[in-house]
Write a protein that binds this ligand. Structure first.
Ligand code: HEM
Length: 432
C-alpha cells in the first residue's frame, strides 16, 4: 500500500511509499515506479542493500548521473555490509579472497571517478571507436546466421527458447571476438558472468551470492592472466593487446587495472545485451502490427530497438554514493549514502514521454536513459545496438510468422538487470 512519505527525526532519512520489493515487483516493477514518481522526487527505501535514496523522475536520474557530487565509487560497502562475512571460522583466509575481489571490482572504470575514470575511459574508447564497431558488422551477421541456422527447419517449427539458443550465446561470442579470446571458452564466460550479474543485480545480495560471484571473478581473472601472458609475447589486433599497449605506455597501472577492465567488459556487456535481445523480441511479438512494420521496413529497426530500450530497459538502475553531505529535495543526504537512479522508472516518466506505458516504435521524443548519461554513459551502446538490430532483422525476416508460446513468461529475479528467464517461440501460424 502507498503510504504518504513520513518525515523522520532530523538525521534519519524520510521513509518513502511503503512498497514491498517482492516477486510481484520483480515481475513487473512499473506500478511501483509510478507510486514512487507520484509520491515525490526522493525517497528512502530499506529494500536496496542496507537502505538507499531512490530517484524515479527522468530529470533527477539524469542529473545524478551527470553530477560529480554523486560518486561512482560504490563497491566499498558490497563486501563489508553483507551479513555473515565478517564472522565465521574461515576468518582470515576468506577475507584474503574478499580483498582481492574487492580490489578488482574497485579498479573497473565503471566504479571509478575522475581522474582515474577519465584516463581509463580514454584508453578503452579507442577499442570501442564507432568505425571499429561498424567494422564488426559482417562478423556479427555471420555469428547470428550460425545461431539461427541451427534452429531453422524443424527447430523453429517445433519451437525453441530464444534466450538459451540466441540471446545468451551471442553477446559472449561478440565480446570474445573483441577481446580475441578462444571461442571454445564462451560457455565458461557465460557461467561466470551469470554469477557476477546475480550478485551485482541483487537487491540485497546474500553471502551465497557473494561467494559465487567471488569464485567466478577469481576464475575469470585466472583465465585472463593466462591470456595476458600469451598476448604480451604475441600482441594481436584486439582489445586485450590494446590494454597491454596502454599499460606499457604508462596509461594503465600494472596493479590489476588491465584485468579489472577485461572482467568488467564481460559482466557489463553480456547480461545486458542478452536482455535487450530477449526483451526486444518479446515486446515486438506482443505487438504484431509493429512486428509486421519492421518486416516491411527494416529501416524502422533502429527506432524499434531504441523504443525497447526505453520501454523495458535491460539495466533498470545504477547506483552512486553521495560524495559530501548535501541537501536535495528537502532532505539531507549524508556522505556515503547510496543513491539508486531508477533508469527503468525515468524511461516511463510521463513528464518526459507521452503515454509512457505505450510501446510505440515510431516515437520521436529523443533519447532515453537506458545507457546511462554523463561520463559513464555506456561505452558498448553502439555494439549492443548493432547486435540487436542485426538479430531482430534476421529473425523477423527468417520467421515472419514467429509467435510466443507463452504469453506470460517469467522474468528473472534480478532487480537491476531485467530480462526473461526463457522466451519460448514457435514459427508458423497458430492452429484454428
Ligand atoms: C543493451 C545493452 C546494454 C545496456 C542497456 C547497458 C547499460 C549501461 C549503463 C546504464 C551504463 C552506465 C552505468 C553507470 O553510469 O553507472 C553502462 C556503462 C558501461 N557499459 Fe553498458 N550496457 C549495455 C551493453 C554494453 C556492452 C555490449 C558493453 C561492452 C562490451 C558495455 C560496457 C559498458 C562499460 C565498460 C560501462 C562503463 C562505462 C564507464 O564507466 O565509463 N555495455 N552500460
Amino acid at each position: 500500500m502507498l503510504a504518504e512519505a513520513i518525515a523522520r527525526a532530523p538525521g534519519v532519512p524520510a521513509a518513502g511509499p511503503d512498497v514491498a520489493l517482492d516477486d510481484a515487483f520483480l515481475q513487473n516493477p512499473y506500478p511501483v515506479y509510478r507510486q514512487w514518481r507520484e509520491a515525490g522526487p526522493l525517497h528512502w527505501n530499506d529494500g536496496f542493500f542496507q537502505g538507499a535514496w531512490v530517484l524515479s523522475r527522468h530529470e533527477d536520474v539524469e542529473r545524478v548521473l551527470r553530477d560529480p557530487r554523486f560518486s561512482s565509487q560504490r563497491t566499498g560497502g558490497w563486501v563489508k555490509r553483507i551479513e555473515g562475512v565478517d564472522a565465521g571460522y574461515a576468518g582470515r583466509r576468506a577475507h584474503a579472497g574478499l580483498d582481492r575481489f574487492q580490489h578488482l571490482f574497485a579498479r573497473a572504470m565503471v566504479f571509478l571517478d575522475a581522474p582515474d575514470h577519465t584516463r581509463l575511459r580514454r584508453v578503452m574508447g579507442a577499442g570501442f571507436h564507432p568505425s571499429l564497431v561498424r567494422g564488426l558488422a559482417p562478423r556479427i551477421e555471420d555469428l547470428v546466421d550460425e545461431l539461427l541456422d541451427g534452429l531453422d527447419g524443424p527447430g523453429a517449427a517445433a519451437g525453441f527458447d530464444f534466450i538459451e539458443t540466441v540471446a545468451r550465446p551471442l553477446p559472449s561470442r561478440v565480446i570474445g571476438l573483441m577481446l580475441g579470446v578462444d571461442r571454445a571458452d564462451e560457455a565458461r564466460f557465460a557461467a561466470w558472468t551469470d554469477d557476477l550479474a546475480a550478485f551485482i543485480g541483487a537487491l540485497r545480495p546474500d553471502e551465497a551470492q557473494l561467494r559465487r560471484a567471488q569464485r567466478s571473478l577469481l576464475e575469470l581473472v585466472r583465465y585472463f592472466e593466462a591470456v595476458l601472458a600469451q598476448r604480451r609475447g604475441a600482441p594481436a589486433d584486439d582489445l586485450v593487446s590494446l590494454l597491454l599497449r596502454a599499460e606499457a605506455e604508462g596509461l594503465i597501472r600494472a596493479d590489476g587495472e588491465v584485468l579489472a577492465q577485461c572482467a568488467m567488459l564481460l559482466f557489463a556487456g553480456h547480461e545486458t545485451t542478452r536482455n535487450l535481445l530477449g526483451n526486444g523480441l518479446y515486446t515486438l511479438l506482443r505487438h504484431p502490427a509493429q512486428w509486421a512494420a519492421i518486416q516491411a521496413d527494416p529501416d524502422a529497426l533502429p527506432g524499434a530497438v531504441r523504443e525497447v530500450l526505453r520501454f523495458d530497459s535491460p539495466v533498470q538502475y545504477t547506483g552512486r554514493r553521495v560524495a559530501a553531505d548535501l541537501d536535495w529535495h528537502g532532505h539531507r543526504l549524508r556522505r556515503g549514502d547510496l543513491v539508486i537512479a531508477l533508469i527503468g522508472a525515468a524511461n516511463r516518466d510521463p513528464a518526459r514521454y507521452a503515454e509512457p506505458d505505450r510501446f510505440d516504435i515510431s516515437r520521436r521524443e529523443g533519447s532515453h536513459l537506458a545507457f546511462g548519461s554523463g561520463p559513464h554513459v555506456c561505452i558498448g551502446a553502439g555494439l549492443s545496438l548493432l547486435e540487436a538490430t542485426i538479430t531482430l532483422r534476421k529473425v523477423s525476416q527468417r520467421w515472419p510468422t514467429l509467435r510466443l508460446c507463452d504469453t506470460q513468461p517469467r522474468w528473472n529475479t534480478n532487480a537491476a538487470l531485467r530480462g526473461l528467464q526463457r522466451l519460448d517461440v514457435v514459427s508458423g501460424h497458430a492452429a484454428g
